[in-house]
Write a protein that binds this ligand. Structure first.
Ligand SMILES: Cc1cc2nc3c(=O)[nH]c(=O)nc-3n(C[C@H](O)[C@H](O)[C@H](O)COP(=O)(O)OP(=O)(O)OC[C@H]3O[C@@H](n4cnc5c(N)ncnc54)[C@H](O)[C@@H]3O)c2cc1C
Length: 486
């Protein structure tokens, strides 16, 4: 092997994604010899970076969405990194909502900076649907919001299996008011009968109290702001990071972790490395069934993973490097809804902000579009297995969005593109708002020394999406690990 790898470690982390890196830093700092095995040439996973002629931009995750506070540094992700020994610089980010309405000549924008109180949410729902509720319906709407907001996190933790649909059916009488509440399912791109009430209530509660913030990274890209310091800090503390090696098999003996087989991706040679503890950072939908086998999981865990595989989805991100000054007049950073058909459809996010998620030299402009999910019936009108989408289909979807930008926002946009890239990546982070009746917790129920840490683990992380969830899972995993090893 190229680097001096020991024969045995206290803990081996499979996958060098952000959750694995946080946990790795934490445990190495606590004195456990740690190895991180990553199959790609660079660590980072879904926070990795694209590079075009020295222009660097985020491949996947772009910002942190923090509920429960207006200060991103009070968020769980920031706290988890800090406890792992890495301090981040985060900046709050304001958002807009853009609507493309039937018959209009330009999109309509609304700010969601001051989403305080049920009234603002009512205005938002009205803007989305064009429907005005009567006085008694408005009262029921406001009371329902207040009821949602009144639940504590602890109460909601006990309700993770209740779907939003079940709760609405029991708690809301008026059909139109019920319909208004289901709008949240368009924004999360999750059907209302799969969406967890607990997540919705936590997010709604925090929004109505003005307690939520989107945080951008300060170093240009997420990769530079999050991954680079986590990797440097791990190495400085003497953790080993083995990149370009694929975990092949977890060896279990007497119901306990014994070792792991890893393959060098260049030479295809296999190595066995011993450890009494293994933390799986690989998303569960990729780890099952080759690395995580049926006999290593209890019934609940198995059911959770099978459901996860059925429900996780892929997101499309499009990146454009443009001639300078192509996009002077766009309003910044916004959610776009297509309401031309009368039913609001969440198109995605169009992020035009200088250096947003990217390190761009002055001579270029940059625009990034994010389209969540490939769910049947959504904006993409894509039907079928997201894993089988062809490149042509993705190009078609990209062109559909480009058509919207050229028609509504930047005439002649297509002619100003110097370089464009698209990615179609599996993303559970965004969809972890679903109601799962079973759970995979950070500590294995069946195998001693086996732990799980990724955004696909633990459906009881209320209201936490993406990086916030990674932070929460990292904290829960290290806690479970220390309880068993100290
Ligand atoms: C398009 C997109 C946009 C997103 N936008 C946001 C956002 O704006 N805000 C936000 O908070 N979150 C966002 N997310 C979610 C966020 O990026 C993820 O939740 C987070 O990065 C997941 O980190 P992780 O460590 O759990 O897993 P991963 O990043 O998936 O890490 C798993 C690692 O395991 C490695 N691996 C896999 N198999 C093996 C193997 N056999 N051997 C060794 N290594 C292996 C992988 O290469 C990877 O590095 C987005 C995700 C996507 C896909």
């Amino acid at each position: 092997m190229e680097i001096d790898i020991k024969d045995e470690y206290d803990v081996i982390i499979l996958g060098g994604g952000i959750t694995g890196l946080i946990v790795g830093n934490f445990l190495q700092k606590k004195g456990f010899s740690t190895l991180i095995v990553e199959k790609m040439p660079l660590a980072g996973g879904k926070c990795s970076e694209l590079n075009w002629h020295g222009v660097k931009f985020d491949h996947f995750g772009h910002w942190d969405t923090v509920y429960g506070t207006t200060n991103p540094k009070e968020g769980t992700f920031y706290r988890a990194c800090r406890e792992a020994g890495v301090k981040l610089e985060l900046n709050p980010l304001s958002w807009r909502v853009g609507f493309i309405k039937k018959g209009a000549t330009e999109p309509e924008y609304a700010s969601i900076d001051d989403w305080k109180g049920g009234k603002a949410m009512l205005d938002f729902a009205k803007l989305m649907t064009g429907i005005e509720l009567n006085e008694s319906q408005k009262e029921e709407f406001t009371q329902t919001i207040e009821k949602m907001a009144s639940h504590s996190e602890e109460e909601l933790m006990t309700m993770t299996y209740v779907t939003l649909k079940e709760w609405i059916d029991q708690n809301v009488k008026d059909e139109l008011v019920k319909m208004f509440f289901t709008l949240v399912s368009t924004v999360t791109d999750t059907p209302v009968d799969e969406l967890a009430f607990s997540h919705t209530a936590w997010m709604t509660g925090n929004l109505t109290q003005g307690k939520s913030v989107y945080a951008t990274v300060s170093g240009g890209s997420s990769f530079k702001t999050f991954i680079t310091p986590l990797v440097e800090s791990a190495k400085k503390n003497d953790a080993d990071i083995l990149t370009n090696y694929t975990a092949q098999e977890i060896v279990i003996k007497d119901n306990a972790v014994n070792s792991v087989w890893v393959m060098n991706n260049s030479t295809f040679l296999n190595y066995k490395i011993k450890a009494k503890n293994i933390i799986v950072n690989i998303p569960l939908y990729d780890a099952y069934p080759k690395l995580l086998k049926d006999e290593m999981l209890n019934n609940d865990e198995l059911e959770y993973i099978k459901r996860l595989i059925k429900t996780y989805t892929r997101d499309l991100s499009c990146y454009f490097i443009l001639e300078k000054d192509t996009i002077k007049d766009l309003p910044g950073h916004f959610h776009a809804f297509d309401v031309t058909s009368g039913i609001p459809i969440y198109i995605g996010e169009i992020c035009q902000q200088k250096n947003f998620g990217a390190i761009i030299p002055d001579e270029y402009d940059y625009l990034q579009i994010y389209i969540p999910g490939g769910r049947a019936g959504g904006f993409l009108m894509y039907e079928g297995d997201p894993n089988k989408v062809s490149y042509e289909t993705l190009e078609e979807i990209k062109n559909k969005v480009l058509g919207i930008i050229s028609k509504w926002m930047v005439p002649g946009f297509n002619d100003k593109i110097l370089y464009s890239a698209i990615t179609w990546s599996p993303n559970f982070g965004r969809y972890c708002v679903m109601a799962f009746p079973t759970n995979v917790e950070p500590k294995s129920k069946k195998i001693n020394g086996l732990y799980f840490a990724s955004d696909t683990v633990d459906c009881t992380c209320i209201g936490k999406l993406g990086l916030e969830k990674c932070g929460e899972v990292a904290l829960r995993c290290t806690k479970a690990f220390l309880e068993n090893n100290e």
